[in-house]
Design a protein around this ligand. Structure first.
Ligand SMILES: [Zn+2]
Length: 253
């Protein structure tokens, strides 16, 4: 489990590098006895321009920040522990009810071990998140990369201990602007993943895509190690709370 963030490459030049960071979150899933699948997660990040970002991210009025922090503290969600792990910066997409987030997900026919069922498992995971009340996100699968805001790509397996990875880019106000999900069809040990396992990995990585960090409760999909197959009440409530708050830096000056 490690965290790293790096400046946005290419799209933003050095002059505007202060406006965004990339979060790389990775997920490992591995088989354990009795064919139970467990997930382990590595989140990679590190704030290369941390000191500068803290100056350029506008802090909202202190009273509003404190109200948000109080609400988080009283919520019973994992948004609080998540904030601590990401330098007090909340990140999320703007509401996308009327203009669905455009997802480009090419089929993985050239990846040995890929199946249509895996494709379906990932789409089902997106639609599962869509059904969470008060998370104002809708998804649309598009046929080409033009205009796509999220790309899903399939690989045979990762070289390290992981089976999934989410990369997101956000601006200086904490609004996420694009993302990439990389999903493997085999475990690091070389075993083919079941469609259920791919679904679990996708649920977890889409959580990161939406701006969630890790839960500290092993019973949640967003915990670093879990075999949970569906979003829990805490997963759903954490996402609802995240989308009820303004993104940005909640740390005072
Ligand atoms: Zn993760």
């Amino acid at each position: 489990m490690f965290e790293s963030m790096r400046p946005i490459p290419s799209l933003l030049s050095a002059a505007v590098i202060l406006t965004g960071l990339v979060l790389v979150a990775t997920l490992v899933i591995r088989a354990v006895p009795r064919a139970v699948v467990r997930t382990g997660v590595s989140t990679q990040g590190g704030n290369v321009v941390n000191s500068v970002v803290n100056k350029v991210i506008p802090n909202g009025p202190a009273r509003r920040r404190q109200a948000a922090l109080r609400r988080i503290a009283e919520s019973g969600t994992y948004v609080g522990s998540m904030l601590a792990a990401q330098d007090s910066v909340l990140r999320r997409w703007p509401e996308r009810m009327n203009r669905p987030l455009r997802i480009y997900m090419p089929r993985g026919r050239d990846v040995p071990g890929w199946s249509d069922g895996m494709d379906n498992a990932v789409q089902a995971a997106f639609y599962r998140w869509e059904r969470v009340p008060d998370v104002p996100m809708r998804f649309e699968f598009v046929r080409d990369t033009a205009g796509a805001e999220v790309r899903v790509r399939w690989i045979r397996e990762f070289s390290g201990q992981r089976t999934g990875q989410a990369d997101i880019v956000w601006n200086r106000d904490g609004w996420i602007v694009r993302g990439t999900l990389t999903l493997a069809v085999r475990s690091p040990g070389g075993h083919g993943l079941s469609e259920d396992a791919v679904h679990t990995v996708a649920l977890h990585e889409i959580g990161h895509l939406l701006g969630l960090g890790h839960s500290n409760d092993p019973g949640d999909v967003m915990h670093a190690t879990t075999d949970i197959r569906d979003l829990t009440v805490r997963d759903r409530n954490s996402a609802r709370l995240l989308y009820a708050l303004e993104p940005g830096n909640l740390k005072g000056r």
